[in-house]
Ligand binder design. Structure first.
Ligand SMILES: [Zn+2]
Length: 81
């Protein structure tokens, strides 16, 4: 069985970081890898990844690979003393 990588997106060797490998972005709704993702911090300092799906339009925030609900995000964003 050939170890072909044809099904994988071509990545320049050496650019694979642990962080990117761990948080491999895909849509939480349709599982498509065709997403735009951004890393950001919420107001309370929680690092999150914002993912916007280019296939179904689903938008989500996740923290360590766990999807946050919009109310989670609002709650954390609102948590300003
Ligand atoms: Zn999707």
């Amino acid at each position: 069985m050939p170890r072909s990588a044809a099904a994988r997106p071509s990545l320049p060797l050496g650019s694979l970081t642990q962080r990117d490998a761990r948080t491999a972005s895909s849509c939480f709704d349709c599982s498509s890898p065709r997403v735009t993702s951004l890393s950001m911090n919420l107001t309370d300092g929680t690092p999150v990844d914002f993912t916007s799906c280019r296939v179904c339009g689903h938008k989500s925030w996740s923290h360590e690979g766990v999807e946050l609900t919009v109310s989670d995000v609002i709650e954390r964003t609102r948590k300003v003393s």
